[in-house]
Design a protein around this ligand. Sequence first.
Ligand code: HH2
Length: 259
Amino acid sequence: MGILNVTPDSFSDGGLFLAPEAAVQRGLGMLAEGAVIVDVGGESTRPGSAPVPAAEEAARVVPVIAALARKAPHALLSVDTSKADVAAQALAAGAHMVNDVTAGRDPRMLQLVAEAGAGIVLMHMRGTPQTMQQDTHYTHVVAEVAAFLAARAEAALAAGIPQERVFLDPGIGFGKNVDGNLALLRALPDLAALGFPLVLGVSRKSFIGHLTGAAVDERLPGSLAALLPTLLCPEVVVRVHDVAATKQFLQVACAVRTP
Ligand code: HH2
């Protein structure tokens, strides 16, 4: 899953793809590099980021999704939003799935996705992007995140979304400290045992900076290393900025793992 942030303020690529033409080119470029899904987002969720009104968020992502649906009809398109209004417009424009970092907090989200026959990513986050790093203490981070994801998956199934279209994501960096992020990465096989495909977003995130001192645009090696636990799990979608490098890493790592 290639990350396409149509925002002025995303933590690593903010402002680079705010112009719709630049965003569409970037999306097509990631597909050419081997991405299967392009995840188009119009609101940064980095710690402390300000919320964006639905109309503005939709104005950023909908034209880009419509253009990608036209120019790359076989690509899977995802909209990274937690607002049902934005999701509805994105699905109508050609998106196939909703990546919701609040796991369906908007009371209309799950029903909307079910009725559209779309897929959904349900991610764990404590609080909101404004508050999530204020309290990163958990008694048992893996158990808490797993219980939350299991409950939200049940809600998605109850709303009528088929099991194979429900993806779970531990939300690396969303209300967790470095140790919490590492514990969740080590526990990836336990999260896979919940019975749903997973999504994992580690690309360029701050825990890599904390561990290595590397600046945001120098975190590719750490981002690849953080994907090692995915080699133990059958079905994980990796959400990344650097598609070609990640694809090469996974191709070789999988070949070494499985003769
Ligand atoms: N991380 C970010 C945004 N959306 N969605 C899922 N499912 N999982 C993630 O880990 C995840 C996500 C944050 O990364 P990015 O999009 O690069 O930055 P920003 O939120 O600043 O736009």
